[in-house]
Structures are given as structure tokens and as C-alpha cells.
Design a protein around this ligand. Structure first.
Ligand code: ADP
Length: 158
């Protein structure tokens, strides 16, 4: 059985992330969406809020599990018998960072492969930081995030 993990901050979840989740389900039998416990980042949404948002937006996918995790991703993979790491690639600018990460992860866990996926054109340049910026100034984010996320953002900035 191919169990994948899609790690990220998801602050907040976007249609870019949803696109990658849907694609990942075609290559994995089960997908863990792993929300990083990253204390160094100044997050807009708390960990609990991000877990709730992801669980709500993924509720129709029965083989998706939403978890939070800290520590090394490869340790989490070994502990939970996860054999592939899913990452999304946007622009060339993502590539250098992602290839470094994939190379280190392979050194730490040789049996765990990193699989890179690309979102469809209209979601390709959607990022959480753009969403945070547009919604801070009350801009239209309906094409960038699912309605549930848009509601939460509206409440956050109202
Ligand atoms: P960031 O790394 O910018 O803080 P996340 O941690 O939430 O964003 O992203 C998790 C993963 O999702 C990363 O692999 C990132 O490249 C990918 N991703 C995010 N948005 C998109 C998108 N629009 N298209 C493809 N991949 C994406």
C-alpha cells in the first residue's frame, strides 16, 4: 500500500493545495496531510484552526487523514510507515529549495521517495502569502481558496 504525506504550513489552505491533494490521491492509496508545527513562523491561523479547515475541506475524501506533526518529517514517515512525500512545484523558484529538501530527506530515509506534482494552470501561482495579503485588504479571494477558508479569512480580518 502506498501511503503518502503532503506536508506544509497551509496558512491558509488554498486551491493550489487542494489541487495537489486531488492529484496525490491518484498516486497514493492513502494520503496524510501533515500540518507542520512550526513555532518559528508567525502564523495567521493557529494550528487547531488549520486542522479544522483542512478536515472540513477534505471531508469528502475518505482516504485523506489530516494530522499535525513536529520534528523530522522522515522520522514521522518511518513511524507511520509512510513511503512517499508529496510536494507541489510552482515556479522555478521553488525548485532549488525543494530539491535540497528532497535530497536531505532521501539521505535520512532512503526508502521514502519525494513525488513532485504540479497544479493546473489557474492554480499554479496561488500561494498562502498572496491569499493573506489580498484578504487583508478585503480583495476578492473566491478564485484562490475554498468558500470555508474565505469565510474564516473574512472573520479574521473583520
Ligand atoms: P509554503 O511552503 O509556501 O509555506 P505550504 O507549506 O503551505 O506553503 O506548501 C506546502 C506544499 O504545497 C509545498 O510543496 C508547496 O510548494 C505546495 N504548494 C503550495 N501552493 C501550490 C500551488 N499553487 N501549486 C503547486 N504547489 C503548491
Amino acid at each position: 500500500m502506498r501511503i503518502g504525506i503532503y506536508p506544509g504550513s497551509f496558512d491558509p489552505l488554498t486551491y493550489g493545495h487542494m489541487d495537489i491533494i486531488e492529484r496525490a490521491l491518484k498516486v497514493c492509496d492513502k494520503l496524510v496531510v501533515g500540518i507542520l508545527l512550526n513555532s518559528s513562523k508567525n502564523n495567521l491561523f493557529s494550528l487547531d484552526e488549520r486542522v479544522e479547515i483542512l478536515r472540513h475541506c477534505c471531508r469528502e475524501y475518505e482516504n485523506v487523514e489530516v494530522m499535525s506533526f513536529g520534528g523530522l518529517l522522515t522520522d514521522y514517515c518511518k513511524k507511520h510507515k509512510i513511503n512517499c512525500i508529496i510536494r507541489g512545484l510552482r515556479a522555478v523558484s521553488d525548485f532549488e529549495y525543494e530539491i535540497t529538501l528532497a535530497s536531505i530527506n532521501r539521505r535520512l530515509a532512503p526508502d521514502v521517495d519525494t513525488v513532485f506534482l504540479m497544479a493546473r494552470d489557474e492554480n499554479l501561482f496561488v500561494s498562502s502569502s498572496v491569499v493573506r495579503e489580498v484578504s487583508r485588504y478585503n480583495g476578492d479571494i473566491s478564485t484562490l481558496v475554498p468558500p470555508h477558508v474565505a469565510e474564516k479569512l473574512k472573520a479574521k480580518f473583520s
